[in-house]
Design a protein around this ligand. Structure first.
Ligand code: NAD
Length: 357
């Protein structure tokens, strides 16, 4: 409550959110004063868009990296830094999901260059100061203001071709940012409002965005929710859900968004007692029944067809137990303390993937 007091500190990016906003990229790079851009991303289905944007930027593009690997392997990050140095880059444009943004951030972390992000999934990395890197199967993350993109261009048209499976999993990834920001005791009232409104928009938009990928209204609502989710992620401390997903992503290279989709209902159920008051607005925003947000998000996951369990993602029970040990040994800020027994309970729940009671 307001009587408890709070700290409000919400650094943000300039956000341009509109259908067709990608056409404003040259104007926005000029606004940042960029003359030698390293263009990152735009592989596979985004190749044509990347070609269009690079052509529109013309001589401003000093170099391109189009192959992007998930979870920012240290070797790729080092190679990108070398490319940026070699071409004398004065800034980066990242086109793609969290992996493209993540690679641009790795260069920004090393060289302090400004990033302009054009996100194409709901990952939310474009709104945060969080960087990640994977060395030898361990993922390290940290926070640094230098990696937070200065400008973000959200163009809903770039999301219309996102396959249904990625749409569903990525939307639940964004919902995870909302949930963990909502129950972070240190998050102030504005961040909680962003988190709850983000969750509402994501839950409202996602089913139609999955069922009819080219539904512009549903896509826009979902992308709007993803923006708020990313903003909340950038302004709050993440709890046990994100810790567990990072461990799984780093150690077993499980697919990022799907892992979040699987773990989320169980992480919320795990925190339900300890964070009852904080979760109440989220329950309302999701129109949750007696099972609260945990069951509501499990049901949403089933409706949009995301994987149900860590077992289904190919994790062995042995590796699940090993992960629980690692999680129990970590210092995690979370409403409910995470000792070894608690960690095992959570990981096994996600491993089996049954609907939280
Ligand atoms: P991704 O960026 O790895 O993209 C997944 C796949 O989808 C890629 O093959 C990509 O080419 C394709 N794709 C992306 N957009 C598309 C579109 N519109 N249409 C068709 N295909 C498209 O996946 P992601 O889930 O966005 O990002 C995951 C990575 O981001 C992880 O490494 C994760 O750790 C990181 N992340 C970081 C933060 C942060 O704040 N630092 C936040 C969220 C995620």
């Amino acid at each position: 409550t307001a009587a408890d007091g709070f700290v409000h500190d919400l650094p943000g990016a300039r956000v341009v959110f509109a259908a067709g906003a990608r056409h404003r990229l040259p104007e926005e790079t000029a606004r940042l004063g960029l003359r030698r851009v390293l263009f990152v991303g735009g592989d596979g289905p985004l190749r044509r868009t990347a070609g269009e944007l690079v052509a529109a930027l013309g001589g401003t593009v000093a170099a391109r990296i189009d192959e992007v690997v998930q979870h920012v392997p240290a070797a790729e990050a080092a190679a990108a830094v070398r490319t940026a140095r070699r071409c004398g880059a004065d800034g980066l444009v990242a086109l793609g999901g969290g992996s493209a943004t993540g690679l641009a951030k790795a260069v920004a972390l090393e060289m302090g260059l400004p990033v302009l992000a054009v996100p194409t999934t709901y990952a939310g990395s474009e709104m945060t100061d969080i960087w990640g890197r994977t060395d030898d199967h361990a993922k390290t993350t940290g926070r640094d203001p230098r990696v937070r993109p200065r400008t973000v261009i959200y163009d809903v048209e770039l999301t219309l071709g996102m396959p249904a499976a990625l749409t569903a999993a990525s939307g639940l990834n964004a919902l995870a940012h909302c949930a963990e920001a909502a129950y972070d005791p240190a998050a102030g009232p504005v961040v909680r409002l962003l988190a709850v409104e983000g969750a509402r928009a994501l839950a409202a938009g996602l089913p139609d965005a999955v069922a009819r990928g080219r539904d512009l209204a549903a896509r826009a609502e979902t992308l709007y929710g993803a923006w708020l989710a990313g903003t909340a992620l950038g302004a709050a401390r993440m709890g046990v859900h994100h810790s567990l997903c990072h461990l799984l992503g780093g150690a077993f290279a499980l697919p990022h968004a799907e892992t979040h989709a699987v773990v989320l209902p169980h992480a919320i159920a795990f925190n339900r007692q300890a964070a009852r008051a904080a979760l109440a607005p989220l329950d309302r925003a999701l129109g949750a029944g007696p099972g609260g947000s945990a069951a509501a998000l499990w049901d949403l996951g089933r409706r949009v067809g995301v994987p149900r369990s860590l077992a289904e993602l190919g994790l062995s029970r042995e590796d699940a137990l090993r992960t629980a040990e690692a999680l129990g040994a970590r210092a995690v800020t979370n409403p409910r303390p995470v000792g070894p027994g608690d960690a095992r309970e959570l990981v096994l729940a996600a491993y089996h993937g049954l609907r939280p009671a």
